[in-house]
Design a binder for this molecule. Structure first.
Ligand code: F3S
Length: 108
C-alpha cells in the first residue's frame, strides 16, 4: 500500500485525491490518510503532493513507520470520510509544510 506521512499534517493540500483512480483517500480534520484496503499501489499520487508526504510503504523513512498503522486505523475511524475532489488546502498550509515533529498536531 501507499502511506500518507507526517508532512500532510496541518497542510492537507488535497492534490493527491484528484489523481487517485480508486478513491482511497480518507479525510480527517487536518490530514488525509490512504485506506490500505483500497490502494492499488499505482503511485500516481506521490508526485502530486506539494509536501512530498506520500510514500510506498517500503520506501517510508524509518521515522515515519508509525504512519502505516495510523493510515490503516484512521481510514476506518469515526468521522474520517472519503474525499475524491481537491479542495482548498488548510489556510496556513505553507507555514506548516516541512515543519518537523508535527505528529502531536494530528487531530483525530
Ligand atoms: Fe496531504 Fe499531500 Fe494529499 S499534503 S492531502 S498528502 S497532497
Amino acid at each position: 500500500t501507499h502511506v500518507v506521512s507526517e508532512n500532510c499534517i496541518r497542510c492537507k493540500y488535497t492534490d493527491c485525491v484528484d489523481v487517485c483512480p480508486v478513491d482511497c483517500f480518507r479525510e480527517g480534520p487536518n490530514m488525509l490518510v490512504i485506506d490500505p484496503d483500497e490502494c492499488i499501489d499505482c503511485a500516481v499520487c506521490i508526485p502530486e503532493c506539494p509536501a512530498n508526504a506520500i510514500y510506498a510503504e517500503e520506501d517510508l523513512p524509518a521515522d515515519q513507520l508509525a504512519f502505516i498503522k495510523l493510515n490503516a486505523e484512521l481510514a476506518r475511524a469515526d468521522g474520517w470520510k472519503s474525499i475524491t475532489k481537491r479542495k482548498a488546502a488548510l489556510p496556513d498550509a505553507d507555514e506548516w509544510k516541512d515543519k518537523p515533529n508535527k505528529l502531536a498536531e494530528l487531530v483525530k
